[in-house]
Write a protein that binds this ligand. Structure first.
Ligand code: NDP
Length: 491
């Protein structure tokens, strides 16, 4: 199947196409436009032309259209979920329960937010007051990664449009399918032509051209730290507004007193899920597991049992917890970390291989798919690449700690600071540690519980800026202070 760019409300072809592979079978599956400067220029021009009318709509009018887009996503839930799975490798069940509903929620959430938004005013004296107008900025450049394709793309498109901007979005060329389906939904929902444009292609071509374009004053990017740094280097001299949501190497910390609330098996189940959901390809996955020493043996035994029971298999099967990794390149990267563990004599508690027998009720040949077993490596030296670098796959480390001070220091010892999760029944410990952990989000006795009103983002090399209700408002608008004096000033 061949997909097209979506520019000015129309489908637009390109001279060249990129072959995108279904990671379950290793077979070519989608032909994705290979866009460059010309396509990006056309898309930016369309967005620029659509901006004056779109920004002039009342908030309720924009909100109604966003709600219709959300309804359109819901109506095509199974089509979206199937495509997300075929593109990315994630189980269809996960796309159905998490990715696609969240994409619809992103539109509904910001539709609700703009319906209820207030601006502030400050009376100065009886005849003078100031008020603030929050104004859209113009054409937003939105660049998203392959791990949660529609979920993250719509987390940018929805606030950009809600607050009155128009946009040009560039998804990852590995996972462009659902963005193309979204364009159909946006057309059906009556989104005016040019308000949202999609340009597919490589990051170093289409993505780079978008960041460089002089008529794109703001860039919202989610992806790896190396790419984020490059984008910052391009955007900074052009004085563009920039939001960077980057990588993570997140600690999961388990104290023995968590047993006062959970059984060891429940704890192991939760930790396994937070480590391996979506094949470990979520920036928030806990990839460094620290367990209190007095509880280590009992917990590690339960964890290994739990992880060995996770089904790696056909993402179309409801019983599969993990599908394949997204691409052969990513498989090579993840495998290199497993090989490093073997080469340096580290203890692999489970996994460490590619599965040989893959369950599939569909009868598909999965032998060329990019599957890897969920892998736990124990007692890894803190200096190891495995403790410091983002693997972004189903490979985690398991270590022990003796005290709060020690584990805080270990947790904070990477250059990343996206999230942390903490399992304990002690209220004072929970809040004390939440204050000391270097992370944009700290979960206590949970993981990936998202409230879209809350700020989301990372510290250190995990990013710059925040997204979320007020944070997205601040990013996608500029405040203008208007000071009014009516009548002549009394002497
Ligand atoms: P990349 O940084 O490789 O790519 C992200 C996007 O940027 C892709 O669309 C990519 O296109 C594009 N891109 C690449 N080079 C450029 C460039 N020079 N200019 C403009 N755009 C460019 O990340 P991945 O797609 O590999 O995603 C995985 C990473 O994303 C992980 O590090 C993960 O932690 C992070 N992430 C962070 C999240 C957060 O909220 N903090 C959430 C999810 C993921 P192309 O595909 O062609 O390379």
């Amino acid at each position: 199947m061949r997909i097209s760019n979506f520019i000015g409300g129309e489908w637009a072809s390109t001279a060249e196409y990129i072959s995108s592979v279904n990671p379950s079978t290793g077979e070519p599956y989608l032909e994705v436009p290979r866009s460059g400067e010309n396509e990006v220029a056309a898309a930016v021009q369309a967005a620029k032309s659509a901006f004056p009318a779109w920004r002039s709509l009342r908030a309720e009018e924009r909100a109604d259209i966003l709600d219709r887009i959300a309804d359109g996503i819901d109506a095509r839930l199974s089509e979206f979920a199937q495509m997300e799975s075929d593109d990315q490798g994630k189980p269809v069940s996960l796309a159905t329960s998490l990715d696609i509903p969240r994409a619809a929620l992103n539109f509904r959430f910001f539709a609700g937010a703009i319906r209820h938004e207030l601006s502030h005013a400050a009376p100065i004296d009886a005849r003078t007051f100031s008020y603030v107008r929050r104004e859209p900025i113009g054409v937003a450049g939105l660049i998203s990664p392959w791990n949660l394709p529609l979920y993250l793309l719509t987390w940018k498109i929805a606030p950009a449009l809600a607050y009155g901007n128009t946009c040009v979005a560039k998804p990852s060329e590995w996972t462009s399918g659902t963005a193309w389906l979204l364009a159909k939904v946006m057309k059906e929902a009556g989104l005016p032509a040019g308000v949202c444009n999609l340009v597919f292609g490589y990051g170093h071509e289409a993505g780079q051209a978008l960041v460089e374009h002089e008529d794109v004053p703001l860039i919202s990017f989610t992806g790896g730290t190396v790419t984020g740094r490059k984008i910052a280097e391009t955007a900074a001299p052009r004085l563009k507004k920039l939001s960077l949501e980057l990588g993570g190497k997140n600690p999961t910390i388990v104290f023995k007193d968590a047993l006062e609330m959970f059984s060891v098996q429940e704890l192991a189940k939760n930790v396994a899920r937070s480590a391996f959901l979506n094949q470990g390809e979520i920036c928030l996955c806990g990839s460094r597991l620290y367990v209190e020493e007095t509880f280590y043996d009992e917990f590690s035994e339960a964890l290994v049992r739990e992880v060995k029971a996770l089904t790696v298999g056909d993402p179309r099967d409801a019983s599969s917890f993990m599908g394949p990794l997204v691409s052969s390149e990513h498989l090579a990267k993840v495998s290199s970390y497993i090989q490093h563990a073997k080469d340096t004599g580290l203890k692999i508690l489970c996994g460490g291989e590619r599965p040989t027998a893959l369950p599939s009720s569909t009868g598909r040949d999965l032998s060329k798919g990019y599957f890897v077993q969920p892998t736990i490596v124990a007692d890894v030296p803190e200096s190891s690449r495995l403790q410091k670098e983002e693997v972004f796959g189903p490979v985690v480390t398991l270590s022990r700690f003796k005290s709060e001070d020690e584990v805080v220091a270990l947790a904070n010892s990477t250059r990343y600071g996206l999230s942390a999760s903490l399992w304990t029944n002690s209220l004072s410990r929970a809040h004390g540690m939440a204050a000391r952990l270097e992370a944009g989000t700290v979960w206590i006795n949970g993981w990936m519980i998202r409230d879209l009103r809350m700020p989301f983002g990372g510290v250190k090399d995990s990013g710059l800026g925040r997204e979320g209700q007020m944070d997205s408002l601040h990013f996608f608008t500029e405040p203008k202070t208007v000071c009014v004096r009516f009548g002549r000033q009394e002497k």
